[in-house]
Design a protein around this ligand. Structure first.
Ligand code: FAD
Length: 625
């Protein structure tokens, strides 16, 4: 072993988590090195060529609001963009953009390369060098010791990576990149618990071998909504690519059923646990046997490639079966497969070993983020990477960690779920997981989190001031709308009739009309003579805050209740074994997870409301001494 260099923070991994962690640490002034087994894996998308989607779009917006990079990077490299769920309420509106995978990687790598305080290095880390049980460095497989006081583990799907296509099994990371071979054992020797998880991806095909006349085209939105609050639609507007919709059919399902015995999943070759909400086509055919077809989206992998991604048909069946099954799909009859579908198994940690700051409870200075924490998805990984990077810096600066609560954002829900409940399968974010989702909309992520990003030091004063200005304009306009009366003039009645809304008999406040389901701020513009010219983002806020005022108010009350228990902080030195009245399972779980607050304790599986009452009484007695 030789001493290579002394730095502040080592980030192990150049995936979506590692990139955010390294950028946050370097931008906050720490001398940082990002290590990756291959620099070609930087911000690589080994699976779907898209960023965002239901609830994942919320995560990207929150990352951007806090000063992270993912939102900016996809705005530079998207090839199609769409706002999903616009038929439902704003709580579930979610932006989704198809990315040019190669350009996404190049842009992110370029940003890393041009960030002061940051180096990127192609090297495999084999060991976390500990001194007095504290992080003191990382050691590469070539024996180079990089001394540092904090490290962020972001190794994704590479740890003891094993790829399976039928009985063709290779020790490999995604896309045939090298796996990580040594670090798992080092972490096990340190006493860190590892799980074996699995995920899978579909085949890629040459566009020229597909027949799009048998599929239906899927267009992007005309009105472009940026992921980053720092961008405007005009700035990022560009021509968009097409995606295509087709379906499997009974022939496809017959081939799959006839070959299930050759599937590593059903043949018992796969040990790892897969994601329930991203099932392989084999799983879909078995679990939803009554369904006669499953929808597939054929998506371009980029502008400068003919490779197409078959979303909805990931698999690990043998190659010959894949050729047969894909060729039963309308439009894919003569498909040329460029990369076969495969499943990948990898080591990840039981995240209940972490604090809500993403630091290991038992190893000061060691943080973990991304797929290695048992989550699944680029966005989930990036969100954790950002928080892990920020908190590694605050650890070195001896500052309180930044912990986002479930009422602050989807990032708070994500980390709280992983740490409090742990995950027995790859954890994917969904809007149904966020109990306060009406407040955690993607459109107001900046109002919720940019002030914190500014306080942390990742958001500029200029951007902070721009947010304050947006809020000032919004508040002013809401006041004006609430004090504007619309008279029952003929023009009014005609407009109400146009939207199938009940005529008015006397003057009504504009804001009250806006609350009618069939009306909104935009539709009522022609009745509103004194309306000022306002940015789209302000108009959107005025509309949502007035239309959903009642629901938002109710949810704010629920948050107040929630905060009460969150504010009952549990001392770090509690020995739950000694607290009379606590059930055995609760004592064990509380001592293992060491919750941050009563609220946190109440979400741990195995801790009952009765246990919480015992804890509250115990805290009162302790206070009285
Ligand atoms: C085949 C496949 C299918 C997937 N399917 C889905 C899906 O359907 N839905 C979904 O939501 N997500 C899916 N994913 C997950 C998605 O890719 C990941 O969620 C995401 O890439 C995780 O980001 P990450 O930063 O945590 O890790 P990764 O992107 O995996 O990056 C890990 C990084 O760590 C580096 N590294 C690892 N070990 C070491 C070491 N010891 N030393 C130095 N560097 C190291 C690697 O070189 C790499 O740069 C899939 C992933 C794969 C591989």
């Amino acid at each position: 072993m030789y001493e290579a260099e002394t730095i502040d923070i080592a980030v192990i991994g150049g995936g979506h988590a590692g990139c955010e962690a390294a950028l946050a640490a370097a931008r906050l002034g720490k001398k940082t090195i990002l290590f990756a087994i291959s620099l070609d894996s930087i911000a690589m998308m080994p699976c779907n060529p898209s960023i965002g989607g239901s609830s994942k779009g919320h995560l990207v917006r929150e990352i951007d609001a806090l000063g992270g990079e993912m939102g900016k990077n996809i705005d530079k490299t998207y090839i199609q963009t769409k706002m999903l769920n616009t038929g439902k309420g704003p709580a579930v509106y979610s932006l989704r953009a198809q990315a040019d995978k190669t350009r996404y990687h190049e842009e992110m790598k370029h940003t890393l390369e041009n960030t002061p305080n940051l180096q990127i290095k192609q090297a495999e880390i084999a060991e976390i060098f500990m001194e007095d049980n504290h992080v003191a460095g990382v050691v590469t497989t070539s024996g180079a010791l990089y001394r540092c006081q904090a490290a962020v583990l972001c190794m994704g799907t590479y740890m003891k990576g094993r790829c399976l296509t039928g009985d063709n099994i290779t020790e490999s990371g995604p896309n045939n990149l090298m796996p990580a071979t040594k670090l798992s054992q080092n972490l096990l020797d340190m006493g860190i618990r590892l799980f074996r998880f699995k995920t899978g991806t579909p085949a890629r095909m040459n566009k020229n071998s597909l027949d799009f006349s048998k599929m239906s085209p899927q267009y992007g939105d005309e009105e472009i909504v940026p992921f980053s609050f720092t961008n405007s639609s005009e700035e990022i507007k560009r021509e968009q690519a097409l995606c295509w919709l087709t379906y499997t059919n009974e022939k496809t399902h017959e081939i799959i059923r006839a070959n299930l015995h050759r599937s590593p999943l059903y043949g018992g070759l796969i040990e790892g646990t897969g994601p329930r909400y991203c099932p392989s086509i084999e799983d879909k055919v078995v679990r939803f046997a009554d369904k006669t077809r499953h929808q597939l989206f054929v998506e371009p992998e980029g502008e400068n490639t003919e490779e197409m991604y078959i979303q909805g048909m990931s698999s690990s069946l043998p190659e010959d079966v894949q050729i047969a099954m894909y060729r039963t799909v309308p439009g894919l009859e003569h498909c040329e497969i460029t990369r076969f579908a495969y499943a990948i198994e990898y080591d990840c940690i039981d995240a209940t070993q972490l604090k809500l700051s993403l630091e290991f409870q038992d190893y000061p200075g060691l943080f973990s983020a991304g797929q290695f924490n048992g989550s699944s998805g680029y966005e989930e990984a990036a969100a954790q990477g950002l928080m892990g990077g920020i908190n590694a810096v605050r650890y070195l600066d001896k500052k309180e960690p930044i912990i986002l609560r479930r009422s602050d954002g989807y990032i708070g829900v994500l980390i709280d779920d992983l740490i409090s409940k742990g995950s027995k399968e790859p954890y994917r974010m969904m809007t149904s997981r966020a109990e306060f989702r009406l407040l955690l909309r993607q459109d107001n992520a900046d109002q919720r989190l940019t002030p914190l990003g500014y306080e942390i030091g990742l958001v500029s004063k200029e951007r902070y001031d721009a947010l304050r200005e947006k809020e000032r304009l919004t508040a002013e306009e809401i006041q004006r709308v609430q004090s504007t009366t619309i008279t029952p003039a003929q023009k009014t009645q005609e407009l109400l009739e146009k939207y199938g809304s009940t005529p008015i008999k006397s003057g009504v406040k504009l804001s009250d009309l806006m609350k009618r389901p069939e009306l909104d701020y935009i539709k009522l513009a022609e009745l509103d003579e004194n309306r000022p010219m306002l940015p789209l983002a302000v108009q959107e806020q005025v509309n949502i805050q007035i239309k959903y005022e009642g629901y938002i108010g109710q949810q704010m009350k629920q948050v107040e209740q929630f905060q009460k228990l969150e504010n009952r902080i549990l001392p770090e030195d509690m020995d739950y074994e000694t607290i009379q009245g606590l059930r055995l399972e609760a004592r064990q779980k509380l001592n293992a997870i060491r919750p941050h607050s009563i609220g946190h304790a109440s979400r741990i599986t195995g801790v009952s409301p009765a246990d919480i009452s015992v804890l509250l009484i115990y805290l009162e007695q302790r206070k009285r001494g």
